[in-house]
Design a protein around this ligand. Structure first.
Ligand code: TRP
Length: 448
């Protein structure tokens, strides 16, 4: 099995794939909307602290576990467990992780489908097919079903091609263009009237909001979602990394890229909202709350693009293309979790597994679409707000309390032989063993 497992062919290939997984709707849609509805700068500050102090250590746990076991989350946790009970626990935690990854994909593919639809709508608008264009952006179940299917098929096709010629190839193509487009759009929006006010609310914190428990839980969920943690995505990507690579530095680079793109997206979306407000679009309710989360990108931004005339159509097209790309490099990393697990536990080959698992997840997506108002928000909260941080905490407990410290060091030394002398090894093991679990629990306890 070891020989025919996929591998990333290069360091940059892994970096772009992992960053591609991390950078997604969570960064460009989730983070800025949450920041906007949680007092801007206060949220940004909390998010930064949590991303570096809790999410990065957990990312490292997943990468080390994955490369050591060269397998799916269930195998990886079982391999480091010695007792009967810890092994049963490993199977349970790993399986829940695989399940949660699949559930996340079931709602993510719906949102990914909206992005594709908005992109095509911009094209239809340019070509003069106004009715089509309106249908594509209208919220109908027909549109939702069609585009979820479309998005899922794209995801399945890439995953069925494997690690190097599927995931890595597409991520290395798509990620750089994404960052470039994001930068250009941001620079453009910052030149518009009203942008400065948005910038202010993004950068000057209202300290009175800093300690609100709900803000902290949201920021925690946001950070874990944004770095794709807790469900084995990064563990599996770690299992495809070469022995000669230094994991702590790879992990740090992925974190920096991910946080960087989220912060950058804030520079785009927050000012864009105020520009829209400047142009007469209503974004805040009378009580000062943001009207509703998903209206932000799907009505405020298109309304902004509309005010820009013909240029606006092009900007809208670029923006939704960017969103589609970001969503796709993330969705492939979600599907990879159940697919890799299935391949390693059955005789099915990759292509079949990808289509089979994809079809099952699609059925769940259709179920969500059919009961959208009651199921969508529920599945999002269940998986991202609660499951991800809690599972991440359990990974920490397995690494800190069950795995032998020497073996952890052995694994880290592959690719970074001097790691034992550095700061990382002085802080991280203790941090993962005590600080991460206690903090995650405290945050949840506070919120309850
Ligand atoms: N991190 C991605 C984003 O920000 C989403 C994502 C990809 C993800 N893989 C994941 C989230 C696994 C949770 C679990 O959009």
């Amino acid at each position: 099995m070891q020989e025919n497992r996929g591998r990333f062919s290069s360091r940059i290939g892994f970096l772009l794939a992992a960053a591609g997984s991390a950078v997604g709707l969570g960064n460009i849609w989730g983070f800025p909307t949450q920041a906007a509805s949680n007092g801007g700068a206060a949220f940004l500050l909390t998010y930064l602290v949590l991303a570096f102090c809790l999410a990065y250590p957990v990312l490292m746990v997943e990468l080390v576990l994955g490369r050591h076991a060269r397998g799916n989350p269930i195998t990886a946790l079982r391999r480091i467990s010695s007792g009967e009970r810890t092994r049963a626990g490993a199977t349970l935690i790993g399986s829940v992780g695989v399940l949660v990854a699949s559930l996340i994909l079931s709602f993510y593919s719906i949102v990914g489908g909206w992005m594709l639809a908005h992109f095509l709508s911009a094209i239809a608008g340019l070509a003069g097919f106004d009715q089509w264009s309106a249908w594509l952006t209208g919220f109908s179940w027909q549109r939702n079903v069609l585009f979820t299917l479309f998005f899922m098929l794209l995801t399945i096709r890439i995953v069925s091609k494997g690690v190097e010629s599927g995931i890595e190839r597409w991520s290395t193509r798509l990620m750089p263009s994404l960052i470039l487009m994001l930068l250009l759009l941001t620079l453009y929006v910052l030149t518009l009237d009203g942008a400065m006010q948005g910038l202010k609310s993004y950068l000057i914190p209202d300290f009175s909001r800093l300690w609100s428990p709900s803000l902290i839980v949201s920021a925690l969920g946001s950070a874990f979602f944004s770095l794709s943690l807790g469900v084995g995505t990064m563990l599996i990507y770690g299992s495809y990394v070469d022995e000669s690579e230094s994991l702590p530095s790879l992990g740090a680079q992925v974190t920096l890229l991910d946080v960087g793109v989220a912060v950058l997206a804030g520079f785009l979306v927050m000012p864009a909202m105020y520009v829209a407000a400047h142009n007469g679009v209503e974004i805040f309710s009378a009580s000062g709350e943001l009207i509703s989360e998903d209206t932000l990108i799907f009505s405020v931004l298109p309304a902004l693009f509309d005010t820009m005339g013909v240029a606006g159509v092009l900007v809208g097209l670029a923006f939704f293309l960017l969103m589609s790309i970001a969503a796709l490099t993330s969705s492939i990393s979600m599907l990879e979790v159940p697919v890799a697990t299935l391949i390693e536990n059955s005789s099915l080959e990759r292509g079949r597994s990808a289509y089979l698992v994809g079809a099952v997840i699609l059925v769940v997506s259709l179920l969500i679409i059919s009961q959208f108002s009651s199921l969508f928000g529920f599945v999002v909260a269940l998986t991202t707000r609660y499951s991800q941080p809690l599972l991440g905490m359990l990974f920490c407990i397995y690494l800190g309390w069950i795995w032998h410290r020497d073996q952890v060091l052995q694994e880290l030394k592959r690719g970074s032989p001097d790691v034992a002398q550095g700061l990382f090894w002085k802080v991280w093991p203790v941090w993962v063993k005590y600080v991460c679990p206690v903090f995650v629990l405290l945050i949840f306890w506070q919120a309850l």
